[in-house]
Design a protein around this ligand. Structure first.
Ligand code: ADP
Length: 374
């Protein structure tokens, strides 16, 4: 029972019992006083006083039990918080028996908050570990080249030239790594201002296609635009462009000898679907699940050579997730890869899938009303 209801009922019942006792005591006192002898009346008054004392003691005992139960639960909460203060990364959580009261609800909320905070701290810790691991290689390469130059490269123009070129290359890699890491952190901080933005898909899709066609004249890019004129999706324009650039960049980067890419987009009433397909190296089944993980590269050496940091797909998938879309991948090693994105279409300022959910729930409410009235 809820504590507020329990307190109300306990007070009400105590008041009623006390009032009943006082009325009965008064009536009995009047009657006994009129009809009984002095000694009988005396015995009766003594009994009346004892009953009164028992009623008061029972009341105190009931209140004491109720307060003790509440305090025991608060003590459990306090002990867990103490535990966490001593060991912040501990898995300790408040354990209470399931009850339908406010303290139990509070416990559930505190436990949920602790889970969220722990997940966030773990994420930050992993991120710092990943970043330092990723920066270790370019820093070590740079250090190697500079030490070589310091020892004997200064006087050898060939070594000097090679080392300077390699060092510059590593510096560029670090620059792109830092830029992508910043992009990833920015994605985590997207605020409501962006979440409410919409983008007209057709012109953006066309512009990205033209940019890539110009950048890769040696490729055949098949372009299939089946987007309804004026279709809008709920995503900030630059974010959709960023996702398309990441997928297309990868398609070009990981294409083998067959320099052909398919870029297609279509809309229906509820969704925009974008497909980016290449006929390149492909991704093995075991790696498919992990390509969206931060810093994951199927072939570290090959990806590094092509300037990959393993962050592009995690940025893309996080962006799509934030805007309530989906991103999926299918691939066959040696045959190629297909990435598919779906995003909700916006109609009259309302997300189409939400609208159809609302319509469905309205319909089902109407149907259940009808069923009841039949
Ligand atoms: P990177 O910057 O290394 O390309 P991504 O996060 O974009 O990082 O991709 C993660 C990994 O997924 C890549 O290192 C690559 O191994 C694999 N990958 C991504 N796209 C493709 C693709 N179109 N074809 C083959 N492998 C791909």
């Amino acid at each position: 029972m809820r504590i507020s209801i329990r307190v109300k009922w306990t007070s009400l019942i105590s008041a009623v019992i006390l009032a009943a006792y006082l009325i009965v005591a008064y009536v009995a006192y009047q009657t006994v006083d009129n009809v009984a002898s002095a000694s009988v009346a005396h015995g009766f008054y003594i009994k009346l006083i004892w009953v009164g004392i028992i009623v008061v003691i029972a009341g105190i005992a009931v209140s004491f039990a109720a307060v003790t139960m509440v305090l025991r639960n608060i003590k459990a909460i306090n002990e867990t918080i103490d535990d966490l203060n001593k060991k912040p990364d501990s898995d300790s959580r408040i354990k209470l028996r399931k009850r339908n009261d406010e303290i139990y609800d509070l416990t559930i909320n505190i436990n949920k908050m602790l889970d969220r905070m722990q997940a966030y701290t773990n994420q930050q810790k992993e991120f710092v570990e990943d970043v330092s691991h990723e920066l270790r290689t370019p820093v070590a390469v740079l250090e190697g080249h500079l030490s070589m130059l310091q020892r004997w490269g200064k006087d050898d123009p060939e070594v000097l030239n090679d080392s300077i070129n390699s060092s510059l290359q590593e510096l560029k890699r670090m620059q792109s790594l830092i830029q992508e890491m910043l992009d990833l952190t920015r994605v985590e901080q997207i605020d409501n201002e962006y979440l409410s933005q919409t983008t007209e898909v057709k012109p953006l899709f066309k512009q990205v296609y033209n940019d890539f066609k110009m950048l890769h004249p040696d490729f055949v890019v098949n372009y299939d635009d089946d987007i309804q004129d004026g279709s809008e999706v709920r995503i900030y324009r630059n974010h959709l462009e960023q996702v398309l650039v990441i997928l297309l960049d990868n398609a070009f980067k990981y294409s083998g000898d067959r320099k052909e890419i398919n870029l297609a987009a279509s809309t229906n009433e509820a969704l925009l679907e974008i497909v980016v397909q290449d006929y390149g190296v492909g991704i093995a089944k075991n790696d498919l699940k992990r390509v969206f993980n931060r810093f994951y590269r199927v072939d570290k050496a090959r990806s590094r050579k092509r300037g990959g940091n393993g962050l592009g797909l995690s940025i893309a998938s996080r962006l799509i997730e934030i805007y309530k879309g989906t991103i999926t991948v299918e691939s066959v090693v040696g045959s190629g890869t297909v990435f598919r994105i779906e995003l909700p279409i916006v109609q009259d300022g309302i997300d189409a899938d939400q609208e159809s959910d609302d319509t469905n729930s309205k319909k089902s409410k109407r149907n259940s009303k009808k069923a009841r009235s039949h």
